[in-house]
Design a protein around this ligand. Structure first.
Ligand code: GAL
Length: 645
């Protein structure tokens, strides 16, 4: 069949996506939002994820070798160890649960050899309801796994011992494609699940050129995802598919008591649009129980602080605490991995066989003061206050205005003496800062101006600090990333982010070829306390330690919710701007009304002070409008942008 006919055939089947006549490959991911302010908070609220989801998932512990006893054993351990009371409540079944799809009516059949409680009198009429009921009776919630395409990841990338769906080609089509409404009704209404992870292998592992497809084992599906090339990836189509899942979830669970986890490994620019459709979205390929791989996963979120917030979380993948280089013999690494996930508001999903967890491991996962940082209701992802290849300081503003959490993270192979300053914390110089060590659960002596910590290789310190904020009556916008929404990022053409660690073991796990290259789009997105290209914010030689850096032709929304009275910022074209010829006008809107506007500012113009009264305003919008577009994107700085009471 030609590709054209193939697409038409898809259309005729009335499948859940219209992949026909698709948008160009370069499409950035759906309807481009206009630069003009909308006057209302645009981030859609849906699902049940006001805080980063916490729980357990079978994949990192068991891969497809999951069974009911293993799942319930870990569930019981979560209850007995007190982890449930800390917030770990989702017990998520990953790949491997399915036997097949029943051909007579398309109903999914559970593999009852590993989930015996799902068996009924008819081998093809199975039900997860008894297991889900059992989890609910334990005070837990239940999650299930599927794929957005026709086939799943275990089928596309089988391991030697993978438990795979059985039967004919059609019976082995276990993914959502063509069955969206039916499957979601089964999972959420009949079986009662609360959480769904939707993988994406159906969109890249079953293209016509794949040997298993050529051999007739699977129906061909066009490769919408090209993992290492975002500009060949069919971004808009993929976004549309995940959007249909979100909409269908709203229909099967109108009370929105669901969690929707998008798992397309950071491809297709999902790092920019995931928050419009999912409660969490993977920002990178799979984590492995190795230090270098953990760095890669962490790096994929740590510069994405403006894309996360209550209801919508960057997902650097599940925890590997307990295994490999994060096991009981590597407690420094395990603690560091956990502290990093906590401070960037990552979902805390355990991937470990808790039936055999030594106390030292449960103590890591059960570190209540660290979990409390992750679950802080303001939902501000930690922001980099200091960064180098070897050492990073990440600071997270907590919901009490004078408190922050801090991780000082030694990524490298040498011991480091790290200095933490009041400026890193945006606290006033010369004032007393109280410090608590969150692993040791004890207060340290207070300090003024600076203090230091000796860190062994791969060690981190996690603190909670209390002091006097630099702004007496408010906060910088870069201290409230949970209130920001990137409505328009100003990016013209997608570029892969070169800052993410590239471990030796990516891809096929060998050093054949020339090594991993940047693959995840996002380079050029707005940042807190940094330009979009990782330079310091600087206007005519003045460095701004606080502020928002963005590309011109961007629009950022701030959820002020009537809590502030004044906005102010020093604005201008950043000294690092590639484009020098254009001019940029900065505009501040409150609920759609223009409140303040700068003149058109060129590369040599002095910073302009923008100030506006925002009393009663729910949504503040910051627009940087380029006048006369040049050849390269202009880089703009909202220096010391702040909201005051
Ligand atoms: C991957 C996914 C993993 C796991 C696995 C199952 O694509 O990233 O988290 O779900 O598939 O086969």
């Amino acid at each position: 069949m030609t590709m054209m006919r193939w697409f038409r055939a898809l259309a005729c089947m009335g499948c859940f996506a219209a992949l026909i006549g698709t948008t160009p490959a370069l499409a950035m991911g759906g309807t481009p939002e206009p630069l003009e302010p909308t006057g209302r908070w645009m981030e859609k609220s849906f699902g049940n994820a006001a805080l980063p989801p916490m729980g357990w998932n079978s994949w990192n512990a068991f891969h497809t070798q999951i069974d009911e006893a293993k799942l319930l054993g870990s569930a019981q351990a979560i209850v007995d160890s007190g982890l449930r009371e800390l917030g770990y409540r989702y017990l998520n079944i990953d790949d491997g649960w399915w036997q097949k799809r029943r051909l007579s009516d398309g109903r999914m059949v559970v593999r009852t050899s590993i989930f015996p409680s799902a068996a009924g009198s008819d081998p093809e009429q199975t039900s997860f309801r008894p297991l889900v009921d059992k989890l609910h009776a334990m005070g837990l919630e239940a999650g299930i796994y599927t794929d957005i395409g026709r086939n799943a990841c275990s089928q596309g990338y089988p391991g030697p011992d993978s438990l795979l769906p059985t039967g004919t080609v059609a019976e082995r089509e276990v993914g959502l494609y063509d069955h969206l409404a039916q499957d979601l009704a089964l999972y959420f209404q009949e079986w009662g699940f609360d959480y769904i992870k939707v993988d994406g292998c159906g969109l890249n592992a079953f293209s016509p050129d794949k040997p298993a497809v050529k051999a007739g084992q699977f129906r061909a599906f066009p490769a919408l995802v090209v993992s290492d090339s975002v500009n060949q990836t069919r971004v808009a189509d993929i976004r549309a598919l995940y959007g249909q899942v979100r909409d269908a979830l709203m229909r099967v669970r109108p009370r929105q008591d669901f969690v929707f986890s998008i798992c397309n490994w950071g491809t297709a620019n999902v790092r920019a649009w995931g928050r419009d459709l999912g409660n969490l979205w993977r920002t990178s390929d799979d984590i492995e129980p190795r230090w270098a791989r953990m760095l890669y996963n962490f790096d994929s979120v740590v510069t994405r602080e403006l894309y996360s917030g209550p209801g919508h979380w960057n997902d650097p993948d599940m925890l590997y605490v307990g295994q490999g280089e994060f096991d009981v013999n590597h407690l420094a690494e395990a603690r560091t991995h956990f502290a990093l996930w906590a401070i960037v508001d990552a979902p805390l999903i355990i991937g470990y066989d808790l039936r055999q967890a030594p106390k030292a491991m449960l103590d890591v996962l059960g570190a209540g003061e660290i979990v409390a940082v992750n679950q802080d209701p303001a939902g501000n992802q930690g922001v980099l206050a200091y960064t180098s290849d070897d050492l990073q300081i990440i600071v997270k503003q907590l919901s009490t205005r004078d408190e922050k959490a801090v991780v000082i993270f030694n990524r490298g192979t040498e011991a480091v003496n790290a200095t933490l300053t009041a400026a890193h914390l945006k606290f006033r110089p010369g004032t007393v800062i109280q410090v608590r060590d969150l692993w040791q659960r004890r207060d340290l002596p207070p300090f003024t101006d600076e203090t230091s910590f000796a860190l062994a290789p791969r060690e981190s310190v996690m603190l909670r600090v209390k002091g006097l904020p630099q702004i007496a009556d408010g906060l910088y916008l870069s201290e409230m990333p949970g209130r920001l929404y990137v409505a328009v990022d100003g990016i013209h053409a997608l570029q892969a982010d070169p800052q993410i660690h590239r471990p030796v073991n990516m891809g096929d796990g060998t050093t054949r070829g020339s090594g991993p290259r940047p693959a995840l789009a996002g380079w050029g997105g707005p940042r807190a306390d940094s330009t979009p290209y990782d330079n310091q914010l600087r206007l005519r030689g003045t460095v701004y330690n606080s502020g928002i850096g963005a590309l011109a032709n961007s629009r950022l929304q701030v959820k002020a919710d009537g809590a502030f009275n004044r906005f102010s910022a020093q604005v201008g074209m950043d000294d690092s701007s590639l484009e020098r010829g254009a001019r940029v006008r900065f505009e501040v809107y409150g609920d759609g009304r223009l409140l303040a506007r700068s003149p058109a500012l060129g590369a040599d113009d002095a910073p302009f002070t923008l100030a506006a009264r925002v009393a009663g305003v729910r949504t503040v919008e910051l627009v940087a409008r380029e006048i006369g577009q040049g050849s390269a994107p202009a880089i703009v700085t909202w220096g010391e942008a702040a909201l005051r009471h």
